[in-house]
Design a protein. Structure first.
Length: 196
């Protein structure tokens, strides 16, 4: 939720995982493996239930390998592995982003609106940078441990399923859906069809 006291620390944790070109997902899937032009993660607060997602567009032939690396990085985040250097980079980025946002009058207006709508502390934005830079490595790692649950993740893959279905079965049961989001019925094979 927007007024969750862990929100700022969670934003920093999310940036370390997939917030930019120096993040773990980007460095792994693009720089080290060359699977994609970019891999990212984002945290979306909501009044009912927030969501956390990570995504990339990859070549069909590396679909399973890329999925493996996503789970690898998610798991690594739960091992209290965030470093001081990574946290400092995240703080620098979010500090700069916040500063740039203040150049827009509409953003200032949205801050006032957000404070009322989401029941934020009246000094939330005034103290944002102080609270942001006050997050410790220990706190960031605790947040990762609390919110990142690789075993509860849904793996969604869009593409020519026939080319990677067997390979991605290692991650769990494969369920097919149409592009409209409806469950796809498996086509029955006629008894007249033979391997000849």
């Amino acid at each position: 939720q927007h007024n969750n006291p862990n929100r700022i620390a969670a934003s920093l944790m999310s940036y370390v995982l997939g917030g930019g070109s120096s993040s773990r997902l980007f460095m792994n899937l693009r720089e080290a493996k060359g699977y994609t032009y970019g891999a990212y993660a984002s945290l979306s607060p909501d009044e009912i239930i927030g969501s956390f997602s990570a995504d990339a567009s990859v070549r069909t032939e590396v679909t399973d390998s890329a999925a493996y690396q996503f789970f690898y990085e998610l798991d690594r985040m739960t091992k209290r592995s965030i470093t001081e250097e990574e946290l400092d980079a995240a703080k620098a980025y979010l500090t700069g982003s916040f500063g740039r946002s203040l150049e827009s009058p509409s953003t200032i207006a949205s801050f006032a609106l957000n404070t009322e709508i989401y029941d934020l502390p009246k000094d939330y934005y005034k103290n944002y940078l102080k609270n942001l830079n006050g997050v410790s490595v220990s706190e960031a790692n605790e947040i990762a441990l609390k919110y990142i649950k690789p075993n509860n993740a849904y793996l969604v893959i869009v593409g020519n399923v026939g080319e990677f279905e067997d390979q991605v079965a290692q991650f769990g049961e494969v369920k097919r859906y149409t592009k409209e989001g409806y469950p796809e019925e498996k086509k029955a094979v006629s008894a007249d069809v033979t391997v000849d």
